[in-house]
Design a protein around this ligand. Structure first.
Ligand SMILES: [Zn+2]
Length: 62
């Protein structure tokens, strides 16, 4: 896509409960979950999850 704005698409997990979200890492290092400011548990700290490029988060079935 041509929609580049220096934001990379990543996976991140909540540092409190470990829930994995699709997230974006901004050039300044901030990690934000896509679609919400915080985890379902209320935590706003996320850690990047290292994945292979084609990997998808395992929580597609709700
Ligand atoms: Zn959480």
């Amino acid at each position: 896509m041509a929609n580049r704005d220096d934001v990379s698409r990543e996976l991140a997990e909540c540092t409190e409960c470990g829930t994995v979200y699709a997230a974006r890492q901004w050039p300044n290092g901030t990690i934000k979950a896509i679609g919400s400011e915080s985890c379902q548990c209320g935590c706003t700290d996320f850690a990047l999850v290292e994945t292979d490029e084609e990997r998808m988060p395992p929580d597609r079935a709700e």
